[in-house]
Ligand binder design. Sequence first.
Ligand SMILES: Cc1cc2nc3c(=O)[nH]c(=O)nc-3n(C[C@H](O)[C@H](O)[C@H](O)COP(=O)(O)OP(=O)(O)OC[C@H]3O[C@@H](n4cnc5c(N)ncnc54)[C@H](O)[C@@H]3O)c2cc1C
Length: 583
Amino acid sequence: MNSAARTDHYDVTILGAGISSTIVASILARQGLRVVMLEKNSHPKFAIGESTIPTTSGLLSLLAVRYGVPELKHLTSAAALLDNVSNTCGIKKNFGFVYHRTDAPRHPDEFNQVGAGEGWETEAHLFRQDVDAYMLHTAIRYGVRVHQNIDVTSVDLRDDGVITHTKGGRSFSSKFVVDGTGWDSVIARQEKLRTGLSEIRTHSRSIFTHMLDVRPYEECVSIDTPSKLSQGTLHHLFDGGWMWVIPFNNHERSKNRLVSVGLQLDPRRWPRRPELAAEDEFREFLQRHPDVALQFRDAKAVREWTVTGNRVQYNSHRNVGKRYALLSHAMGFIDPLFSRGLQNTYAAIAMMIPAILDAFRDGDFSVERFESLNTLQETLIRGNDQLVHSSYVSFRDHRLWNAWYRFWVLGSMYGMLAVNYVRAQRQLTGDDAWLDKVNSFEANGWIAPNDREVVDLVDRGAAVMSEVEAGQIGVEAAVERIQSLLDSADFIPPFYPIRELHKRTHEVGPEAEQRVLRWLTQEIPQHLRDKYFHFDLSILEKLHAAELKEAGAKFDEIVSDGRTLGLRLHRLASQDAAITPAE
Ligand SMILES: Cc1cc2nc3c(=O)[nH]c(=O)nc-3n(C[C@H](O)[C@H](O)[C@H](O)COP(=O)(O)OP(=O)(O)OC[C@H]3O[C@@H](n4cnc5c(N)ncnc54)[C@H](O)[C@@H]3O)c2cc1C
């Protein structure tokens, strides 16, 4: 048969073969579906989205166990990546934020850090071309049929299935299609899903590349942070934007010398100048921020700068429809601040997979079955926009940033603990039903989205930032308002420290986590405990007592020692159950 006229038949067609598509493809194939994945380019290929966060890794670990795909677990920490995937990834022990005043020297106290303590499961800097290729091969091993260098042009969405058409005239027939083609999404374009962006408040554009010979920042200036800035993702903040510095060369076992560098600029404050090459714009920026420039004295870009349009934001008014679902990066994107892109991607995958499997089981692909995915993705985009837009407003003054970003710390803490809670409950009870929480709102990794009080607090914080933006209040008044909002809430743990604005660093490690978890399991307000942290303490205590007994402890010590409950929860969460490996 002439290949141009051939139609191949599958259960699911997946458009694109980036990280999201390859994960979905691997899971669906592992669950027994016949999957084809169509990629315009070929691996290995450059991709952006390099910095992970604890909820990203927590969600992926849950997906690994839930669907029996252990390779996903290999993406969840720097050590696992270096052991199993590639020796090109870096480690992320902290989020560092260093504030700079344009055309002026840095003020020594203007920095913040959220960092992991020693011994904590650490996040990673993904060298995406290797990670994505690893996942491509994983998908192939699970039986996914992959075509690279094949450009999808359109999809014919019918009542009884989908025909996917490619530039070369090939057709693929399937019951369902998943679009993972990112910002240039085939289905968003075809179905006219993109919004005009009037609903999105964040405005930013990007220029980014990979560089050699970027110096560790702590060797450039005198700065006293609990965890070395070069051991994490560094953010240089300034009025109207921020810069990321993501080292792949910061782990003793990494053989990669590259560092990812990108500038995010509000085009209203930093308009594009088409006559200026990206490298020149970067150098000009450095001249105006002399304390950032120190880090790049010897740095050289090793690839062409990627330059986005005037706004990196895009959004869709729907992300599911007749026989299709869009993955997060195809649906919308706000800004890389806080590294939430992959988090949104994995949350969408967690909700999409059971909906697809159920649709196949019941032979019913009605759109209503995918509505909660639509709502989830809209919620995540809205939440991200609120978080990032308010952050850009706060960049005008470090005092403002130092106040506002505590809502992010709070939300991230709840998000992380909610995911760990599900993982730990599964371990404690041995009940796989807990894994189904992976597709629930509770475990989507963002601020307790079902709890009005928490959401209201963040909304009220964002409203203060809107008043600042509108020129209705000044910086000092805004900081005072945020302080009183934080003081008024009964669900902010009395440590970390979130309320204490004079404390600029937050250490997140087993010890801090023990205290947080103890608070969450015993002192947290009832409305939150019932939803997110309702542990059966007696099981924990029994396990803990058995462990202490083994170590020869006396009974009194056993009952009085509640401090290690948190550590136990964390250990349980990070172990997960044995996963059936790929055949
Ligand atoms: C500047 C920037 C920085 C970011 N930083 C972070 C970060 O630090 N942390 C984080 O978590 N997230 C970050 N993100 C988000 C992150 O990049 C995405 O969440 C992630 O890459 C999504 O992966 P994906 O596989 O869905 O999409 P992509 O990686 O974009 O893959 C899409 C794939 O589809 C293919 N394709 C496109 N069109 C077609 C077609 N017509 N036919 C066939 N194939 C096609 C492409 O070739 C590509 O392989 C960042 C995003 C941007 C823009």
